[in-house]
Ligand binder design. Structure first.
Ligand SMILES: Cc1cc2nc3c(=O)[nH]c(=O)nc-3n(C[C@H](O)[C@H](O)[C@H](O)COP(=O)(O)OP(=O)(O)OC[C@H]3O[C@@H](n4cnc5c(N)ncnc54)[C@H](O)[C@@H]3O)c2cc1C
Length: 462
């Protein structure tokens, strides 16, 4: 048994008292903070890194998905997502909104996202604390009163009337004692993690040359010399043409376990360097290739989530289900990256998986809940809705969540996790928090019709 040390009780300085405290400045937290502040709430936004954006910047994840209906160009998320896109476009860091809707995702430059985020939170009057980790929750009589932060300034407290947990990992909800869950019900495994790579020094390739390189990498994966889940090296997910930004890496583990996170960072960097060596030595034209950047943090697709008043399911995604208390729309499908971390030829967790013999799903006869490749999608040109209840945790009051830690099953989250959907959820969470503050009520008691009307007036599609 691990040795334990009891921390002596200490009085902590209160840095600030706000109406709304937002923990985490990623695709969930950023719009939450902006929306709450634009609706007149005094907002503190707390982010552990020196910049905002979450996986959109620290993870180099791109493009932003979920902005249009299933297999369609009809927009289903606008509001702050559209504004962020247009502001990035003005910096040359994204296409126009109209162009973006013609593409499967919104390509963008991470630095443009960071700068637009900086500008928007400052313009909205948000009190921003960067380089600050939310370490704990302050709870009294089942109500969250604020959070405890750790930074170079020491251990301090931030108080607030409503707290929004947008940490991606439900850190605050967990610390506050709200019920949480993680991963598949039968083994707790979550989707694989992964990092984006920016590969520079690459040649200008035509379609045929691209296909030839992809085939060469696929061959090396087939032979077990490279461990990636797909060979799409030449992907361009940003606005820049002088480097590739592939999403090929995969690592299994528990994103709430610091040992697993450490192994993931080390392992992915090893694979990225192996790839570079392979390219330099075996692919003509790549002799001068270099690793421009590996994402500063391992990307987490799924981790701890709250158990809320409603839990979004895979069936909701498949049916394109609508709800009376809808606050956001999603169109991304049940996109589960193998929780075992198996790489090529394994891509998704589906009935047709070629490595069934290595999977507990099959061994434990959980296969009945597995989904066939053709059944992963919402109906064409349609979407599912996210009920407000998915943002409201059980048991703890004055707390909301935004982003990928909302209440959803393993399958439901596989759809709702993409950044377009997280941003729509974030805008709703911030707006709800402001309504709760102005009404002197808890977020649980917010009038959802008023929330929906307010979101619509702000350009959000609900
Ligand atoms: C490999 C990979 C590929 C993906 N591909 C795509 C894609 O192509 N398109 C797409 O739209 N989505 C994609 N996703 C999903 C998407 O990136 C995430 O689901 C989304 O970013 C979730 O947003 P979030 O705000 O909930 O969490 P995050 O983006 O993780 O943001 C959480 C924020 O909270 C901060 N934080 C966390 N804990 C604390 C704490 N205790 N104190 C202070 N700050 C804290 C973090 O630093 C971060 O800024 C991908 C994900 C991965 C991992």
């Amino acid at each position: 048994m691990a040795q334990k040390i009891t921390e002596p009780a200490r009085e902590l300085p209160v840095v600030t008292e706000a109406d709304v405290v937002v923990a985490g400045g990623g695709p969930g937290g950023l719009p939450a903070a902006i929306a709450a502040a634009r609706h007149g709430a005094r907002v503190v936004l707390i982010e552990r890194y020196g910049f905002l954006g979450g996986l959109a910047t620290a993870g180099l994840v791109a493009p932003i998905l979920g902005h249009t209906a299933s297999h369609s160009t009809t927009p289903i998320v606008e509001g702050l997502l559209k504004e962020v896109t247009e502001r990035m476009h003005a910096l040359g860091g994204a296409p126009t909104w109209e162009e973006a809707c013609q593409e499967w995702g919104i390509r963008f430059d991470a630095e443009a996202f960071k700068y637009v985020a900086d500008e928007m939170v400052q313009e909205a009057g948000v009190d921003l604390l960067l380089h600050t980790f939310v370490a704990d929750a302050i709870v009294e009589d089942g109500r969250i009163k604020g959070v405890i932060i750790e930074s170079k300034s020491g251990r301090q407290a931030v108080l607030g009337r409503v707290v929004i947990d947008a940490t991606g990992d439900a850190d605050v909800a967990f610390r506050a004692g709200a019920p949480t869950k993680q991963g598949r019900p039968f083994d707790g495994r979550v989707q694989s993690m992964g990092s984006f790579i920016h590969l520079g020094g690459v040649p200008n390739l035509n379609e045929a040359e691209r296909s030839a390189i992809v085939e060469k990498i696929r061959q090396a994966m087939e032979e077990g010399r490279l461990q990636f889940y797909n060979p799409n090296l030449a992907s361009i997910n940003t606005m820049q043409r002088d480097f590739f930004s592939p999403n090929m890496t995969r690592w299994a583990g528990d994103p709430t376990n610091v040992r697993d996170l450490t192994q993931a960072e080390l392992g992915i960097r090893r694979e990225a360097w192996k790839l570079l060596q392979f390219l330099r030595e075996e692919v003509p034209g790549f002799e001068g290739a270099y690793l421009r950047l590996i994402s500063p943090q391992i990307g987490v697709r799924e981790s701890r989530q709250i158990v809320g008043e409603y839990t979004l399911t895979g069936q909701d995604v498949q049916e394109g289900r609508k709800f009376g208390d809808a606050i956001a729309r999603g169109s991304w499908w049940i996109d589960i990256h193998c929780p075992m971390g198996l790489t090529y030829p394994v891509h998704l967790c589906v009935v047709e998986c070629p490595r069934q013999e290595r999977c507990p799903f099959w061994a434990a006869e959980h296969d009945k809940s597995m989904i066939a490749q053709d059944d992963l999608y919402p109906p064409d040109d349609d979407w599912y809705e996210i009920p407000y209840r998915c943002l409201v945790p059980r048991e703890v009051d004055n707390l909301l969540v935004a982003g990928r830690c909302i209440s959803a099953t393993h399958e439901g989250m596989a759809g709702a996790r993409v950044m377009g959907t997280c941003m729509a959820i974030g805008q709703a969470a911030g707006t709800a928090a402001a309504l709760a503050v102005h009404g002197g009520i808890t977020p649980r008691d917010v009038d959802v019709d008023e929330l929906r009307r307010t979101l619509q007036a702000d350009g959000a599609l609900v």
